[in-house]
Design a protein around this ligand. Structure first.
Ligand code: FES
Ligand SMILES: [Fe+2]
Length: 449
């Protein structure tokens, strides 16, 4: 991956004075950015209402007339699959007296959107099909162009539906440069939902996601992933993020002989991920790795053997395997952060994904969703993707050890930000640069006219 020159993304972009609590450099984040009401309101006006954002996964609306509601900062948008398989994004308000038309997810009965108040109806494409007692309205109240449900910008990419509430927004692909290319190179569109869960956290959305933008916390927060070494002993060879324009960032870690010197180590590391989060490495991968214990010669490279075995298994099972997947820097684990709030953590032919957004209208609460994605045989019919539910952050029945460890710090950190005498966070140049990069881009968005 090629990173941008740090200096090419200006700190204190023109007009930064208009942002309350701006970034004065890339190394300090003023604490108010995580709880100040004025800052939150500015994000609503200048970020969420004008940025491309992932509204749903395509597997949520596989069939014509399937719909799902996406909520962001008081706005509600319906993503509706059309008979020609395209997707429309319709603002969720009746053109009569504004009642929200649909809630949650489902399939439009008879292909019609029906207002629950007075029964007006629309086709899946947003054209009005029925007004009850139409003769009782003045003609000027029922002009067809006024009755049509309002659309917002929508594009499909990476197995997801993306929306932008700004009618003048530029193309999605431009906004996702260069991370869209990175993810396309490992066929992001092949992944599908294995499971999907949500937690509500008492923390600002940015703070919550920053826990997943550095590996610096691993030895202290996840001791089992540090092989039993304490922070005093754990070698500081942590993942370094490449930062990009647009607030995006990522890293990929090519497996080296030093990391896994034996199949035992490979299997053990895989088990920690499989047992600890049921994502990135799955049971399926472990059953492919196990037989290597007896097969591998002393001089054979563990990583190469693992990749060959996974590829052979995929081809035999009819699982799509893009050309050169095993040569990607993301193949043995990595992360791609898509500004403002979406993560992909690919590994082998699987991926962990996160989406974080404000909850309600409160800067100190957020919704944190987690997906385990994988690649299924092409012939396998997958059920419509549904969220398993919203689970408490401490509920070990539903969350693996790794996410519970991560969640455990976030609310404590949010509380700590209110401490008298604490002014700003301080970031490691080497390990926490992706966080500073996100905030600098945020300031750029907040100062745009
Ligand atoms: S508010 Fe929807 S039909 Fe009256
Ligand atoms: Fe973590």
């Amino acid at each position: 991956m090629t990173a941008i020159d740090d200096a090419s993304v200006g700190v204190g972009a023109s007009g930064a004075g208009r942002v309350p609590f701006p970034m004065r450099d890339r190394l300090h984040v003023p604490r108010e950015r995580y709880f100040d009401r004025g800052f939150h309101d500015l994000e609503k006006r200048k970020l969420w209402s004008r940025t491309w954002q992932m509204a749903c996964r395509l597997e949520e609306i596989p069939e014509p007339h399937d719909f799902v509601e996406y909520q962001i900062c008081g706005q509600s948008v319906l993503l509706v699959r059309q008979p020609d398989r395209s997707v429309k994004a319709l603002h969720n308000a009746c053109r009569h007296r504004a009642t929200q038309l649909e809630k949650g997810a489902g399939r439009l009965a008879g292909g019609q959107i029906v207002c629950p108040f007075h029964g007006w109806r629309w086709n899946a494409d947003g054209t009005n099909s029925f007004v009850y007692g139409a003769w009782g309205f003045a003609p000027e109240c029922l002009r067809p162009e006024d009755l049509r449900l309002r659309e917002c910008k929508v594009e499909l990419w990476g197995g997801c539906v993306w929306i932008n509430l700004d009618p003048d927004a530029g193309p999605l692909r431009e906004a996702l440069h260069p991370v869209a290319d990175l993810l396309d190179s490992i066929a992001i569109g092949n992944w599908q939902v294995k499971w999907w869960k949500e937690v509500v956290l008492h923390a600002n959305w940015k703070l919550a996601q920053e826990a997943f933008m550095e590996g610096y916390h691993v030895p202290q927060t996840h001791p089992q992933l540090a092989g039993g070494l304490s922070v005093d002993e754990f070698p500081v060879d942590l993942n370094r993020y490449d930062i990009y324009e647009g607030g995006h960032s990522g890293f990929g870690r090519k497996l080296t002989g030093e990391r896994y010197t034996s199949v035992d180590m490979l299997v053990l590391a895989g088990q920690l991920l499989s047992d600890g989060q049921d994502a990135m490495t799955l049971e399926r991968d472990l059953t492919v790795f196990e037989p290597l214990r007896n097969k591998l010669g002393p001089d054979e490279d563990v990583g190469t053997a693992a990749a060959d075995a996974l590829r052979d298994h995929a081809k035999g099972a009819g699982i799509p395997w893009p050309d050169g997947l095993e040569d990607s820097p993301l193949f043995f684990g990595g992360e791609v952060f898509v500004f403002p709030n979406l993560f992909f953590l690919p590994m082998y032919n699987n991926c962990l994904s996160y989406r974080i957004r404000p909850y309600g209208d409160d800067p100190e609460w957020c919704r944190f969703e987690v997906w385990s994605l994988t690649t299924y045989p092409e012939t396998e019919q997958r059920p419509r993707a549904q969220k398993l539910g919203r689970f408490d952050k401490d509920d070990s029945q539903y969350w693996g050890l790794i996410p519970m460890q991560d969640f455990s710090n976030i609310e404590r950190q949010q509380a700590g930000l209110h401490t008298v005498g604490f002014e700003e966070t301080r970031l490691a140049t080497e390990w926490e640069n992706a966080i500073g990069n996100m905030h600098v881009e945020l300031d750029r968005r907040l100062t745009r006219d």
